[in-house]
Design a binder for this molecule. Sequence first.
Ligand SMILES: NC(=O)c1ccc[n+]([C@@H]2O[C@H](COP(=O)([O-])OP(=O)(O)OC[C@H]3O[C@@H](n4cnc5c(N)ncnc54)[C@H](OP(=O)(O)O)[C@@H]3O)[C@@H](O)[C@H]2O)c1
Length: 260
Amino acid sequence: MNLGLQNRVAIVAAASKGLGLAVARGLAAEGSRVAICARDARSLASAAESIGPDVMAIPVDVTDAEQVSRFVESVRARFGSVDICVTNAGGPPSKTFEQTTTADWQAAVQLNLMSTLHFAQAVLPGMKAQGWGRLLTITSVSVKQPLDGLILSNSVRAAVAGLVKSLANEYGAFGVTVNNVCPGYTATDRLNGLAGKLAADQQTKESVIKERWAALTALKRIATPEELADVVVFLASDRASYHTGASIAVDCGLTRGQLG
Ligand SMILES: NC(=O)c1ccc[n+]([C@@H]2O[C@H](COP(=O)([O-])OP(=O)(O)OC[C@H]3O[C@@H](n4cnc5c(N)ncnc54)[C@H](OP(=O)(O)O)[C@@H]3O)[C@@H](O)[C@H]2O)c1
């Protein structure tokens, strides 16, 4: 299948490791020109080098609207347009409701909702004007079913799913699709951190926590970042032309509450 991604210009946010890096690699492998960001300049530079020779990498904190806007402008200045934008960020901490503070809630909104909004504001007018675009958000399977101990994520991701659905309806007439991809348990540093915290809380081993997670899936295993990235790459492509306004779980049957 020709995905039609050759020479498309793609931004992948929060891509120095984990899911973002896998998505950036996937898009670059299909011939797209890729621009990535994350906060730490050193790990960002080595991630860019690992992707390929013509990768743009700018340190950006995605919670800062000004930095996001400057980043998007510099991508346009170098590559001529922005065709694809994959929003992503770190995840909020694992806490129960009573452990959270108002500051935690504000930080989660900044990290996972406002960062998405900053990219949407910066890229959608250009996509509309050129009559083609793909805005993709990476959230969590918690959009489908809340995850224990992740009340901040469970709550704030739902707002992103609502934003995606609304944007899809507003921008469809201009050739722009907007979709949300919801990872299940996927092997990254973030997942290791969550497993470590739960293991400490429950006085067990990290490997036991991961086995429990794997047992919740149909294939009885945790995903690789590439398995998530392949779905994002397809949705970013010409081939996904009739797919918009959806929250697509890549969770291997983890969520049980829906037949579709
Ligand atoms: N892995 C899973 O199983 C899973 C499941 C469901 C949902 N998710 C969600 O998917 C997203 C990505 O997860 P991951 O597992 O790939 O996480 P990860 O391995 O911790 O990687 C996070 C990436 O985001 C960057 N980042 C964090 N905060 C940032 C900020 N404010 N501005 C710019 N870049 C930032 C990090 O680089 P810097 O620290 O240098 O900025 C890093 O490149 C998270 O929101 C996570 O909660 C993951």
